[in-house]
Design a protein around this ligand. Structure first.
Ligand code: AMP
Length: 249
């Protein structure tokens, strides 16, 4: 498995470690040869708090319509069409050198379209974020009402909450590398988390993330440090809105 993480109170560390170990052993893509568990102490004063983004699902007829819709939302978020289109094409063919799947995200400058991450196989790995335990039940209820209460959605929402709270971040694009999971999303500070149930064909193992940044106004090193190191706790809920049909044109 890759990188399950929690941000918890000291008294909950043991219980959560056990949960993570169990989860690692049960992981759907086969039994792991090794499990590594690390516990870091985080000072409460370091923790940044944020809200979950509102979630909206756009119903799309097929993958091509899903990708057109996602492109359209990226443009609405402030990413030039050529830059958004190039990032989508990179994810579709495998954004790591040689066409593989990256372990983290591409970091794309919205002005030049240039990729800013130092290592194009690793990318930027968002880490150190979690949902306040008191919000978990409410979120699960909201998602269940729309048939979306699965780990993919819950974890991606928390990751997107941290990403959207980052300085200089314009938008995020994601679709999974899990061959059985075809949904993806575009998230932006202006409009939350917008899902598209079909962003890639079933069976496709290529997936990835792109973070679009305003490279002229952003200290890119500080942004990467924030995404990878600053502890962020989601302490406020978002709305889960009813799905809507996507209208083209
Ligand atoms: P997933 O939604 O977990 O299937 O991940 C989809 C893609 O997002 C992966 O193929 C990675 O390229 C990227 N990714 C996964 N986890 C992270 C992370 N913590 N930070 C940044 N990118 C990630």
């Amino acid at each position: 498995m890759s990188g399950a993480e929690r941000l918890v109170r000291q008294e909950d560390v043991e219980t959560v470690c056990l949960e993570l170990l169990r989860r690692g052993r049960r992981h759907s893509r086969g039994t792991a040869d090794a499990l590594r568990l690390a516990v870091d102490l985080v000072e409460e004063a370091e923790i940044v708090t944020t809200a979950l983004p509102d979630l909206l699902t756009w119903q799309v007829a097929d993958v091509a319509a899903g990708r057109r819709a996602a492109l359209c939302r990226l443009v609405a978020a402030g990413v030039p069409e050529a830059v958004a289109g190039a990032a989508m094409a990179a994810l579709a063919k495998g954004a790591a050198p040689g066409g593989g799947v990256m372990r983290g995200a591409m970091l794309v400058d919205v002005h030049s379209g240039e990729r800013l991450e130092a290592d194009q196989a690793r990318g930027v790995r968002v880490s150190r974020m979690d949902l306040l335990p008191e919000l978990e039940a409410e979120l699960q209820q909201q998602l269940a009402a729309c048939g979306l209460n699965n780990r993919h959605v819950r974890e991606a929402l928390v990751l997107a909450a941290k990403v959207l709270s980052a300085p200089g971040l314009v938008a995020e694009l994601c679709w999974s590398d899990d061959p059985d999971y075809t949904a993806g999303y575009v998230a932006a500070p202006g409009f939350g988390y917008q899902r598209f149930p079909r962003l890639k064909p079933a069976g496709d193992r290529r997936g990835g993330r792109a973070f679009f940044v305003d490279g002229r106004r952003t200290d890119v090193e500080a942004l990467i440090r924030y995404l990878e190191r600053t502890p962020v706790l989601v302490t406020r809920p978002g709305r889960v809105l009813p799905a809507r049909p996507w209208q083209e044109g």
